[in-house]
Design a protein around this ligand. Structure first.
Ligand SMILES: Cc1cc2nc3c(=O)[nH]c(=O)nc-3n(C[C@H](O)[C@H](O)[C@H](O)COP(=O)(O)OP(=O)(O)OC[C@H]3O[C@@H](n4cnc5c(N)ncnc54)[C@H](O)[C@@H]3O)c2cc1C
Length: 359
């Protein structure tokens, strides 16, 4: 089988297929060690929002629940092979007004009926946290089962363990897919002709153009996201558990404490991400993020920017995210995950494997 695209989704699909005994070739020019600077996976913050999803039924809900559970299993499996994934449990969604609070109360009530643990936090609980949260937060919703997974460790683990299982990496770009009797041919930018029973297209925004020539219209647009890594001024310090109970979400921005283990140099924070339709970064959007739209506490204002990055989220046009489609026998599309590709990678990979085993 051939998987086109080695972002997190492609790597997850390849690894899952290998787990089930398939031979896999993984095709991506970025496998030479210089990943596509527009790739969403290398830019992602890795916040997993499954239990706090605003719906309680439907495909999106089921995929999120399944994926969160699979990430738990995958962390154990990959960890046992010497690939520990950096996971911070807990997610705190701050409320900025009465409407937010009401939505959070409804969600907690609905999750309680499902037996899922969500908690409402009052301002006093927020005030007890250090460093201080934005003063405008009037309450919060805490989910102990959601959390943050470092996408870099997951990308390395899936590829590393895949290679152990016999994965064949091809450092090339897929130029054209062609049907042939009993299977598929992939023509690459390096002049190779690869043949397989089945092809999984998980090439992010580029998936659309690869499928267009086969008569499949699955349009996507890039939605750019910018993010920052900040070094906090002493004496702020959070160790592995951190004084915050996990990552914090404030008015759409994620604040992710970086653990000491990965950050021996000091206390750091990931801050992201902007939501900018298109592929051109807007400095104003970044400035808004940096100051949390004017609500940043002093310690955050005083922090130093040590890294800035950006990437494209693959956003489907005219269809809900993600795009999971069996287009023809042996041709699957697994893309269009928009803002939740890290969360949804395992459930996507499971869907891909099941589809190919059905055919
Ligand atoms: C700033 C930012 C923050 C984010 N934060 C989160 C988050 O907190 N939680 C979350 O769940 N999601 C998050 N996301 C979304 C998530 O990153 C994406 O949904 C996910 O990475 C999509 O993965 P992918 O593998 O489909 O695509 P990509 O990561 O874009 O990978 C596509 C790959 O395909 C390769 N490729 C392209 N064309 C070809 C071709 N013709 N032949 C071979 N290979 C090709 C590229 O080189 C690339 O490696 C964030 C995204 C951004 C940009």
């Amino acid at each position: 089988m051939i998987v086109v695209g080695a972002g997190l989704v492609g790597r997850a699909c390849a690894w899952q297929l290998q787990q089930r005994g398939h031979q896999v070739q993984l095709l991506d020019p970025g496998l030479n060690g210089s990943p596509d600077p527009n790739s969403g996976s290398w830019a992602a913050l890795g916040v997993l929002m499954a239990q706090v999803f605003h719906r309680s039924s439907g495909r999106g809900w089921r995929l999120r629940q399944r994926s969160l559970s699979l990430w738990g299993e995958w962390r154990q499996q990959l960890g046992a092979q010497g690939w520990p994934l950096a996971w911070q449990p807990g997610l705190l969604l701050l409320a900025s007004g009465a409407d937010d609070l009401e939505r959070q109360q409804r969600l907690v009530a609905s999750r309680q009926l499902q037996g899922l643990p969500l908690e409402l936090w009052g301002r006093a609980q927020l005030d007890a946290l250090a460093p201080a949260l934005p003063a405008g937060a009037v309450g919060g919703l805490y989910s102990p089962a959601d959390g943050q997974l470092d996408p870099g460790t997951a990308m390395a683990a899936l590829l590393g363990d895949g290679l152990r299982l016999g994965l064949q990496p091809v450092c090339d770009r897929a130029e054209r897919l062609e049907r042939q009797a009993g299977g598929w041919t992939v023509h690459t930018s390096g002049g190779q002709t690869l043949r397989a029973d089945a092809v999984v297209v998980s090439a992010g925004v580029s998936s659309a153009s690869l499928l267009e020539s086969l008569g499949h219209s699955q349009p996507q647009e890039p939605v750019l996201g910018q993010a920052l890594e900040l070094e906090l001024a002493a004496p702020t310090s959070w160790d592995t558990a951190g004084p915050w109970p996990g990552a914090v979400v404030w008015q759409g921005a994620n604040l992710v404490p970086r653990t000491r283990a990965s950050d021996p140099g000091g206390a750091r924070l990931w801050l992201g991400a902007t939501l900018e339709p298109g592929d051109q970064a807007d400095p104003t959007a970044l400035a808004q993020l940096r100051t949390l739209g004017g609500t940043a506490p002093d310690w955050l204002e005083q922090a130093t920017v040590v890294r800035r990055w950006q990437g494209h989220r693959p956003h489907p046009l005219g269809q809900p995210a993600p795009l999971l489609a069996a287009l023809e026998p042996g041709l699957l599309l697994a893309s269009g995950h928009y803002r939740n590709g890290v969360l949804l990678a395992p459930a996507t990979a499971e869907w891909v494997a099941e589809q190919l085993e059905l055919s």
